[in-house]
Design a protein around this ligand. Structure first.
Ligand code: 8YV
Length: 331
């Protein structure tokens, strides 16, 4: 049987070549998300799927795609995939960790700088023609250097943010379910603290956890209220890690100073309040969006998919248990 692959975004043409040379490949030739109905229609006879983080790969999809062997997502986050059902059905799930770490950390830092120094507001000030005379006491922001940064989720991206913060002389606190080893802590000059302590002492709180049951709405009203009134919240992880309604209230009532968000609960739909508030910086989920990184992500996703379809173990396999008993075929 010819192996066929559905790619739900056109990615980069040259990146798709290795896949197109070996398999029958159908590409959704648009930059926007593949409409659900079309996705369901096209995935039915496929053995491989290269999906984006906006494609919900749930039980409904697995019920339709009976011959599916691999789902390769062009993202590090896998909250859009029902891995449990996939594993039960022997379907490999792969993602693209590592290649986007530094780029996402760059954006988290850029957002922190932008929100502290009110760069969005300052830009709007010029563009709206308000800058008539030199200003001295307007658009005053907050220093980033020498402040305390609280990193929630100390995985690859959290650590890469800590590395940057060191250069700004920041005091680094972190919280994670697993504590980093001593060498890592001292190398990054980062101190492990309980979540409550981090929230109540940090000047900047940056979120770097994956979206899971345990992290959904982690930043709820109670945790937002633990933050200092002068503190800033930065989110480049997943929108659902914050209770957006509670955040809107906290910003409106000045319980925290401001927020910088790259991700939202219901992308691309944002509550009007978020768009209208001044003390917030907004970007449209561009954490990994540098040309170099998006290309590397696509290459890795294609490699994961191709190797899996050739019966080899892909480098970023998340559910290796599906290979049990197939060891003679898998190198
Ligand atoms: C998106 C991301 O995947 O890697 C992730 O988890 O959230 C992003 O890099 C990107 O928009 C491509 O789908």
């Amino acid at each position: 049987m010819t192996k066929s692959v559905l790619v739900t975004n056109r990615l980069f043409e040259e990146v798709l070549n290795p896949l197109q040379n070996r398999f029958e490949v159908q590409v959704f030739q648009q930059d926007e998300p593949m409409p659900r109905e079309l996705f369901k229609q096209k995935v039915g006879d496929k053995t491989g799927l290269v999906a984006m983080s906006v494609d919900r790969v749930d039980k409904e999809i697995f019920d339709i795609a009976k011959s599916l062997k691999v789902v390769s997502t062009v993202s590090v986050g896998v909250d859009h995939i029902d891995i449990q059902t996939a594993t039960k059905r022997g379907i490999m799930i792969t993602n693209t960790p590592g290649v986007l770490t530094e780029t996402t950390a760059d954006l988290a830092f850029a957002l922190m700088m932008a929100v502290a120094r009110r760069i969005g507001e300052a830009e709007r000030y010029i563009r709206s023609g308000k800058w008539k005379i030199p200003i001295y006491r307007r658009l005053l922001g907050t220093d980033v250097h020498d402040k305390t940064l609280g990193i929630i989720g100390f995985g690859r991206i959290g650590k890469a943010v800590a590395k940057r913060a060191g250069g700004f002389g920041m005091k680094i606190l972190y919280y994670d379910i697993a504590r980093a080893d001593k060498a890592m802590e001292s190398g990054l000059n980062a101190r492990f603290v309980p979540l409550d302590e981090l929230l109540s002492t940090a000047d900047f709180v940056s979120l770097h956890v994956p979206l899971e049951k345990s992290t959904e709405k982690l930043m709820d009203q109670k945790n937002l209220q633990l933050m200092k009134h002068s503190a800033f919240l930065i989110n480049t992880s997943r929108g659902k890690v914050i209770d957006e309604k509670a955040l809107i209230r906290a910003l409106r009532d000045k319980k925290i100073a401001a927020a910088a968000l790259d991700v939202f609960e219901r992308e691309p739909h944002l509550p009007r309040e978020l768009i209208e508030m001044e003390n917030i910086v907004l970007t449209p989920h561009i954490g990994s969006a540098s040309y170099e990184t998006r290309k590397k992500m696509a290459e890795l996703a294609v490699e994961n998919c191709a190797l899996a379809l050739e019966g080899k173990k892909p480098p970023c396999l998340l559910n290796p248990e599906v290979l049990k008993g197939k060891s003679d075929k898998i190198s």
